[in-house]
Design a protein around this ligand. Sequence first.
Ligand code: HEC
Length: 213
Amino acid sequence: MDTSPSPQNPNEPKLRDHVYDGIQEYDQKLPNWWLFTLYITIVWFVVHWLCYYQLGIGSSDTEVVDKVVAEMNAARDKQMEAITDEQLWAMSRDPQVVEAGKATYNTPGMCVTCHGSDLTGMGVDPMTKAPIKLPGLPLHDQEWKHGGKPTEIFKIVRKGSPDITKGMAAWELVLGMKRVSEVVAFVLSHHKEGEPITKAPDAPAPAAPAAAK
Ligand code: HEC
């Protein structure tokens, strides 16, 4: 059997007529494996376009990451809900946590605006330089309106004052639980575990017990 190339053989690549700079080219058929990948890509494009862009099936990497991060935050918030006085005291002794809380506290428009940079609830009049009373209560002393236990302070900062007209907002919505816990640790770093706590004269009456016997 003659295997030498012959121009009559239809399987033989044809040499095309044109010549550029002495270079000629064959009219080669594309290899099947190459064509196959092209067809797969076309089919994949149609499936992807239909499912992802038209039908909204599947999520992008960013969406997957966002979802995982949201789940992690939710899990952490759930843990924070169960935080104890001891854990908050421990945080107040951790310089890194206290530093982070201090930064939040002193951000213009945040806690410092109403409670003062030294937590006394006092500030300075920018014009006359005279001391003025700020709207917030002092946080450095042992008198508390809404309770002086770490978890009580944590709650008031998270949820705001029960009397919304007072101007103490629910900071959890703005800061998230982690930053709220840090800022509470910063406030607690001005206090000592076991110090006496007194109730402010205008403290709201404690909520009636749920089931009076
Ligand atoms: C717009 C002013 C304002 C800002 C900003 C503000 N507070 Fe207050 N805060 C108040 C007022 C007013 C009260 C008293 C609420 C009441 O009488 O029920 C209060 C009460 C509190 C109490 C309870 C004090 C007690 O004696 O029981 C804590 C703790 C507290 N704030 C912490 C913070 C922290 C931490 C921040 C920053 C994340 C902050 N506050 C931001 C105005 C403010």
